[in-house]
Design a protein around this ligand. Structure first.
Ligand code: 13P
Length: 342
């Protein structure tokens, strides 16, 4: 699997000639010397421009390795909130960069590739949320951070996979409208049975395609493995998991099992880069048994070193937020950040 992931990592390069139809081997690899040169130029420019580089755990390994901080959505939002850098280069998807801008209106926030969207965030629009709010007028709206600024501005509070349960427990109202991820919503609802939770019907296609039967097949091949899953997975997958948590917690939880060699990972394959770095003596197997094919988020693989360098050099692509949405989105995000985690 290490070889396959390495192949995948060199497979996606901006502006290079497509060399294969495989989603993971589309572009010719770059040589080591060129990679090292790019890394140095990025790090020098980040210092000169007082920029912090933040990367999500699903980004390509080369992007994670050049970043100042790699983490889950909550960790990245907290870093963005506390940084004293002048600018933030956000290596993730658009909603993450927008959240950083909302929390830092006076800083320059750059997203190296503006096409890096999110299917889950696209599954809820201001109009569809408006319809759901009309159907549930007495409910407090809790919106997953994987959503647009407009949708956040219409919500009472945001949450991430790391704090969704704590956020919902902190709300005095017993009636909650949870948007947009139905799998995360159902998982949270099972843990907070005292609340009446209406759940929107969006999902992350990368997680939602994995089935329990695939995980069972992988587990038959690795009977002693521990299964670690992200709560955006379906219920039948979560029912087989030993640990269910945010991406950073998925990495941390491996330390809980010093005697376990193999871990079955039910989330986007980019996370394995950090897992292998932190625990080089362990084996990580993707839950669908199909490396990088189904558990692959195309949006999370849209940034590479060339784009980060161009982003720093040319100060592109700068995130701006409509002033009408700014105050509401900021209120929802700041309420989330004020909730202590259980
Ligand atoms: P985390 O906040 O757990 O990193 O999840 C982000 C995400 O987009 C999962 O698909």
């Amino acid at each position: 699997m290490n070889t396959d992931i390495a192949t995948a990592e060199v497979g996606i390069r901006s502006g290079r000639q497509a060399s294969s139809n495989s989603p993971l081997e589309r572009f010719a690899p770059r040589d080591q010397e060129e990679t090292s040169l790019l890394r140095h130029r990025i790090r020098d420019l980040a210092v000169a421009k007082k920029a912090v580089i933040l990367a999500h755990n699903y980004q390509m390994g080369e992007v994670q390795d050049v970043a100042d901080f790699t983490g889950d959505s909550l960790g990245l939002a907290l870093e963005a909130q506390k940084t004293d850098a002048n600018r933030i280069v956000f290596c993730g998807v658009r909603f993450m960069a927008e959240s950083a801008k909302v929390l830092n209106p006076d800083k320059q926030v750059l997203l190296p590739n503006l096409s890096a969207g999110c299917s889950l965030a696209d599954s809820i629009t201001p109009e569809s949320l408006g319809d759901w709010k009309e159907r549930y007028p007495d409910h407090t709206v809790v919106t997953y951070i994987n959503s647009s600024v407009e949708v956040k501005a219409m919500s009472d509070v945001c949450c991430t996979s790391a704090n969704a349960v704590s956020v919902i427990r902190s709300i005095p109202n017993d009636k909650i409208l949870f948007t947009p991820d139905r799998n995360l919503g159902r998982w949270v609802a099972r843990q907070v049975p005292e609340k009446e939770i209406a759940i929107y019907d969006g999902c992350c296609p990368t997680h939602d395609v994995v089935r329990g039967s695939s995980v069972e097949r992988v587990r038959r091949a690795h009977p002693d493995a521990v299964v670690i899953a992200h709560p955006e997975c379906r219920e039948d997958v979560l029912a087989l998991a030993d640990e269910i948590c945010s991406t950073s917690a998925m990495i941390d939880r491996i330390a809980k099992y010093p005697d376990v060699h193999t871990f079955i990972v039910a989330t986007e394959w980019g996370i394995v880069h950090q897992m292998q770095k932190r625990y080089p003596d362990r084996e990580f197997v993707l839950a669908d048994g199909c490396i990088g094919c189904r558990l692959h988020c195309p949006y999370m693989k849209m940034i590479d070193l060339e784009m980060i360098l161009a982003s720093l050099e040319n100060e592109v692509h700068e995130i701006t937020i409509d002033p009408d949405d700014m105050a509401g989105a900021r209120r929802a995000l700041e309420r989330m950040l004020a909730v202590p985690r259980d």
